[in-house]
Design a protein around this ligand. Sequence first.
Ligand code: MN
Length: 476
Amino acid sequence: MKTESTRVKKAIKLATSAHEGQLRKSGDPYISHPLAVMKIVEDWGMDEDTIIAAVLHDTVEDTSITIKQIRDEFGEQVAFLVDGVTKLGDARSGMRDLDTYLPSTKDNLLRLLVATGADIRVLIIKLADRLHNLRTLSALPPDKQKKIAKESLEVFAPLADRLNMGRLRVEMADIAFSYVDPKRYRELSDIIEKYNQSAEKTMQKIRKEVSEALGREKIKFQISGRVKSVYSLHKKLAKHNQNMGEIYDLTALRVIVNDITDCYLTLGIIHSLYMPMNGRIKDYIAMPKQNGYQSLHTTVITKDKKVIEFQIRTHEMHEYAERGLAASFYYNEQKLTESYRTGKIQHLPTSLLWITELQDTAAKLRAGKKVDIKKLRLNLFADKIFVYTPKGDIIDLPKGSLPLDFAYRLHSEIGGRVQGVKINGKMSSLNTKLKHGDIVEIITSKNPTAKASWFDKIITPHARQKLKQQLTKLSG
Ligand code: MN
């Protein structure tokens, strides 16, 4: 274990005294949780500010410590991170009941996470927080277990995937799935275990054959087995009508080599040893997945008719596939960031370019260079607020929007029939400025209610235009 710096020690001390006397549901002292979350982000190789923010992440919400205090003692960065994690919690508790809170589309919440997360490190702390809560989920009552597990499957595991944090995604999804559907979880883990046992001999033989062949070609490599996760098997079976015969990657071998040329050489060597399956060769090096994942995949059939998938990649690609975004924050990882830049890892997909920008800024920070802190924040959503429908859909609106803007945004038919509005369950005036996190319910009338005086109660061009059309129609 590495020794903590003075700042980290100070943060641990502060958190420990702040949470003094508080207990977790398991009966453990509360501080065990922030300490575990800290350990997780530390293992992910995050920077010191993130580590400090992780141990302090629940203090502002659950203790008397204030953001100002944290800013004074640990600086602007840590304060910003803790504030971000706290706000993320606030935005969520806006929907008191998780059942109604789960938005109808998963993208909605991802958007919210990104928006309120603002600094990607906030999301990383949040993911670590959720991971530890999942690891200790058995202490909660069954209904809560199910809700948290379901949310983790639908929102947090996909978020980890989007950030290409493969190892995290697998752990989260498998723990969560074991709570959502325990029976199915056991069935499928049995299947995986039995299959791996039956394939063990073949695997050993193949490892040996491949290793010898690569050695003859003087390729430096590492080879290891990878076990399929229970949840991904579940999802795949659902896609293929529960037909096990369609699952070709129950067993996979991973070959890690030094560079891209060796990846393709290795692919050729494997194909010269075993028969590749038609249509099962995937070149994610030339065409990376959306989240930036790179690898060559091929499925082969061995002489004794076993089906085995190979995944071939460079060390850099492997590091990125396992740890994703967190990998780029790794202390000594200038190398990895450098690999992006020099094209060893090809460019991140456009959808993730914002990440590259953050990485660059983070690298500068680590190097002790001055950075405009605003650059660490995603400004994409700076002038927006996010409000919810009673069903939990998230609607983004410009700051200063009013209920009619919201109504027209839902649908012009709803806008044109507004009779009143409930904000957070209370009847409110159409002049009320909406706030981040409000739950807005529009009450409509059977007949059109649009009138010219509404122009004063609207700020969005879209609503203005729709109202205009409706008035023209009504008068015509
Ligand atoms: Mn927490």
